[in-house]
Ligand binder design. Structure first.
Ligand SMILES: Nc1nc2c(c(=O)[nH]1)N[C@H]1C(S)=C(S)[C@@H](COP(=O)(O)OP(=O)(O)OC[C@H]3O[C@@H](n4cnc5c(=O)[nH]c(N)nc54)[C@H](O)[C@@H]3O)O[C@H]1N2
Ligand SMILES: Nc1nc2c(c(=O)[nH]1)N[C@H]1C(S)=C(S)[C@@H](COP(=O)(O)OP(=O)(O)OC[C@H]3O[C@@H](n4cnc5c(=O)[nH]c(N)nc54)[C@H](O)[C@@H]3O)O[C@H]1N2
Ligand SMILES: [Mo]
Length: 555
């Protein structure tokens, strides 16, 4: 999936799970259903609240489990986070509660930023967000009185057309409060997939080489060209495409072939109908998987990857920690580690395509094992420079940046100084979601996960125990709306958007506010993505999975 750069460069937690859990005086949990999606971190937050009296503020349109532990639940309207955070900062500034020393010594751009925040009066913010004035005041007070506060977020913040703006707002807040570079503070995007942090760190994004080094820089390009035995011109200076940009191009016939590794776009990309068409329009679809997924019927070639338990290597977790994995079981049949399949494919393409390419580049694909790959990573990735198999085998668990073999790693980023020098305040304005409810589609659909399943469900729907607990898609509907629709008896609902329709069992609950339903994308027979809109954040190109307009009827 698409990564999201923060105002500080890379999308990564600035702090570690331990220091947040042990030292935060308050937690601002905004747009993460932490106990269901990051259960270890969720448990540590609950313990901090119960055992040492840390204060918890949850900002989430839904009544998630953590709200039971919170001193305050800000139940704002979906897609109004920028207004909410600007409003809190307005109150902090109006009372002189900002960290003046930090702002003066460590940041820049404060005046332009303040001019925008000045416009977000509590009255205006309460109007946009639906949060009562007293609660805005109370939240600002808690943030001002409890230092440090750790801010934690996930997809409730990023999966909007204003995803980047949302993240910048939270960075503004933490700089204003002086909560950066200290234990128990920081800006902490909780990363989702097992190794999504590692994939982003190592260049699995269209705009950067490993270590977040820009592909548009001729100097950086030269470094890589030299290391890989290529001439400069053989590496492009242009930013590539995100998955979400590839789909419309495939529909237009401009993207002809697609190689998909470990993703199930038929389940996970927005607006499934347009994904079906895109897959059908592609001349060639290659799918590297461990199971025949929902995308498999569209593939011309299936390549069998080995699962996490069947291979050696490293995974980098949400707190930037590089963790060693060893093969525990043999792969079945012809399944091979993903790196092996990729390198064999690369060698065949180079050979049969008769590309004008040096011998060095060709033999560069002759990796023998994961350790050799890690050596190349260390040599070409400054933030991983000191990571080696030997150190990991010796039991070190390193958090990047690890600058050299003697460097101990970096549990907290931006101590004393930001990576870019001074922290940049960025003025951010509220912009509503692209598709808002109207007469024909009067309700808001929000989408996400449940504890018992994983995305498209290829793995979790093969687990008997999990299916016993959570056997089918459930759609959360508020009690008010259920009554209005006459939802009793069968309790099945039909949810339609401009793009598709699903039918599923309703779960009548106070977790969602009236006017909003919540659906997951774990079951192909009723996947939320039949309904979602493929509107993207202009910078990060992340889709607006968290808001679209729907009609809900009893069946
Ligand atoms: N069990 C399980 N765990 C998982 C996964 C899984 O599939 N299953 N997936 C993993 C992955 S890849 C990821 S990215 C993470 C995702 O972790 P989360 O982001 O915690 O997951 P979501 O279910 O998308 O929940 C987002 C939260 O944001 C709230 N929200 C919706 N709209 C808004 C809004 O406008 N503003 C705010 N402030 N909040 C909003 C929702 O109500 C919900 O509580 O989970 C990871 N962990
Ligand atoms: N509506 C809606 N849609 C969303 C989201 C949302 O909140 N709402 N969240 C988005 C987010 S944050 C994410 S991360 C995506 C996730 O979207 P995907 O990554 O498409 O979802 P997964 O189901 O995790 O797909 C991973 C696939 O990889 C396969 N696999 C597992 N291990 C291996 C391996 O070692 N090698 C190979 N080759 N394959 C393997 C699995 O069988 C599975 O089919 O969904 C996105 N889509
Ligand atoms: Mo994710």
């Amino acid at each position: 999936m698409v990564g999201l750069a923060t105002a500080f460069g890379s999308g990564a937690m600035t702090n570690s799970i331990d220091d947040i859990a042990d030292d935060a005086q308050a937690f601002f949990v905004i747009g993460t259903n932490t106990t269901e999606n990051h259960p270890v971190i969720g448990m540590r937050i609950r313990q901090a609240v119960r055992q040492r009296g840390a204060k918890l503020i949850v900002a989430d349109p839904r009544k998630i489990d953590l709200t039971n532990f919170a001193v305050l639940h800000l139940r704002h309207k979906p897609g109004t986070d920028i207004a909410l955070v600007n409003g809190l900062m307005h109150i902090i500034l109006a009372n002189g509660w900002e960290d003046k020393e930090f702002i003066k010594n460590r940041t820049e751009g404060f005046d332009d930023f303040k001019a925008v925040v000045d416009e977000y009066t509590p009255e205006r913010v309460s109007e946009i967000t639906g949060v009562p004035l007293e609660e805005l005041q109370q939240a600002a007070e808690i943030l001002a009185q409890n230092k440090p506060t750790a801010v934690l977020w996930a997809m409730g913040i990023t999966q909007h057309t204003t995803g980047v703006g949302n993240v910048m707002s939270l960075a503004n807040l933490q700089m204003m409060l002086g909560n950066m570079g200290v234990p128990g503070g920081g800006t902490n995007p909780l990363r989702g997939q097992n190794n999504v942090q590692g994939a982003c760190d190592l260049g699995g994004l269209p705009n950067v080489y490993p270590g977040y080094q820009k592909v548009t820089s001729p100097e950086i390009r030269s470094d890589y060209a030299r290391a890989w035995g290529l001439s400069d011109e053989q590496l492009s200076l242009e930013v590539g495409l995100t998955a979400t940009e590839m789909m419309p191009l495939a529909l237009e016939g401009k993207l002809k072939a697609i190689y998909i590794l470990g993703e199930d776009p038929l389940m996970s990309e927005p607006d499934t109908n347009h994904i079906r068409q895109a897959m059908e329009t592609c001349d060639l679809v290659v799918l590297q998987e461990i199971f025949p997924s929902e995308t498999a019927p569209y593939a011309d070639v299936l390549l069998s990857g080995a699962s996490f338990a069947e291979k050696d290597g490293t995974f980098t977790n949400t707190e930037r920690r590089v963790q060693l994995v060893h093969k525990a079981v043999e792969s079945p049949g012809i399944a091979r580690p993903d790196w092996w399949i990729v390198s064999e494919l690369a060698k065949k393409i180079l050979k049969e395509g008769k590309r004008q390419i040096g011998e060095a580049a060709y033999s560069g694909w002759d990796y023998q094992n994961a350790a050799e790959i890690l050596e190349e990573i260390a040599a070409l990735t400054p933030i991983y420079a000191g990571v080696s198999m030997q150190r990991l085998e010796n039991g070190e668990t390193l958090q990047w940046p690890v600058k050299d073999q003697d460097h101990p790693g970096t549990p907290i980023l931006h101590v004393g100084q930001f990576a870019r020098g001074l922290g940049q305040f960025t003025p951010v304005e509220h912009i509503p979601p692209v598709e808002m409810p109207d007469e024909n589609y009067p309700m808001i659909l929000s989408t996400g996960r449940v504890l018992y399943h994983w995305h498209g469900g290829q793995m979790t729907r093969r687990s008997k125990g999990l299916l016993e607990i959570y056997p089918e898609a459930l759609i959360e509907v508020s009690e008010d709306d259920a009554e209005r629709m006459g939802l009793n008896g069968s309790r099945r609902v039909r949810v339609s958007s401009r793009r598709g329709t699903i039918e599923a069992q309703a779960m009548v609950t106070d977790r969602v506010p009236p006017g909003m339903v919540y659906a997951n994308f774990h079951f192909p027979e009723a996947s939320a993505n039949e309904l979602t809109i493929a509107a993207l954040d202009p910078v990060a190109k992340i889709p607006e999975y968290k808001v679209c307009a729907v009609k809900v009827e009893a069946v």
